[in-house]
Design a protein around this ligand. Structure first.
Ligand code: COA
Length: 224
């Protein structure tokens, strides 16, 4: 079996449907490498100290976990489950925006137009939802996209993780495996960037610029 099919086989104990395996394969390919994203940069920082490749990958995994990066797919699915029905989506999103909360699966540090990877997962989430008898998740996500379309003039569009969570849920993958699955997809990118770093290394050690108060008198602990 290919890597995606074999992973599903190991996870569920039976050979996966060819379309399911293809969908996960597309997901892995879309996540494989993405320039100087936070986790790949973390891998480079670790490699730049000449820590071994395993340590570079561990640094990347820790950095991937946050909801501003690889944790977004899980957060999108939590949001979708809280919304529950397509007709609840608009009010739910408006309420979160009114409270100045971020909508997971939208926005990107680099893309100020639609993340080109999202399109491939959108189609697959739609087809998978119909095949699995759960078209409502895709409908909820479509409603969320509709409400968020007014943020497009600020460069906030869907990103790759918006549909990834729906795909994992429809495949029957438990939520706590979403970040590890992203990690499986991103490993090629982390490895190649770490190897590139080793080949032409320079210690990555930025300076930070202190802007706080200066010449502050020392106050003993018991007087604070
Ligand atoms: N929902 C609502 N508002 C958002 C937003 C989102 N998902 N993403 C950005 N914004 C708003 C911010 O609130 C901010 O508004 P302000 O100027 O009024 O304060 C403005 O857009 C710029 O935000 P900033 O964090 O500086 O932009 P960024 O380019 O650094 O953001 C992310 C990139 C990914 C951190 C951000 O879009 C985000 O938190 N997205 C949600 C998490 C996510 O999906 N991550 C996966 C990325 S692949």
């Amino acid at each position: 079996l290919g890597q995606a099919a074999n992973f599903l086989y190991m996870l569920f104990g039976k050979e996966p449907d060819a379309d399911d395996a293809k969908t996960l394969d597309v997901d892995f390919v879309l996540h494989a490498e993405h320039g100087s994203n936070a986790s790949s940069f973390a891998a480079r920082v670790a490699a730049s100290t000449l820590a071994d490749l395993q340590c570079a990958i561990v640094s990347a995994i820790g950095t991937l976990k946050g909801p501003s990066h690889g944790g977004a797919a899980e957060a999108v699915m939590t949001m979708t489950n809280e919304i529950g029905k397509p007709e609840n989506a608009a009010a739910y999103i408006e309420d979160r925006l009114a409270r100045k909360e971020r909508i997971m699966g939208f926005g990107h540090r680099v893309y100020k137009a639609e993340d080109p990877r999202a399109r491939h997962l959108r189609e697959r989430a739609h087809d998978l939802g119909i095949r699995r008898g759960h078209p409502e998740w895709f409908e909820i996500l479509q409603e969320v996209e509709k409400v968020m379309s007014r943020y497009q003039n600020r460069g906030i569009y869907v990103n790759v993780d918006f549909y990834a969570g729906a795909i994992y849920q429809l495949l029957g993958i438990p939520e706590d495996l979403y970040v590890p699955i992203f990690a499986m997809g991103r490993v090629p990118g982390w490895v190649l960037q770490a190897v590139e770093q080793y080949k032409n290394n320079e210690l990555l050690r930025p300076l930070t610029w202190y802007t706080g108060p200066m010449d502050v008198p020392f106050v003993p602990m018991d007087k604070r």
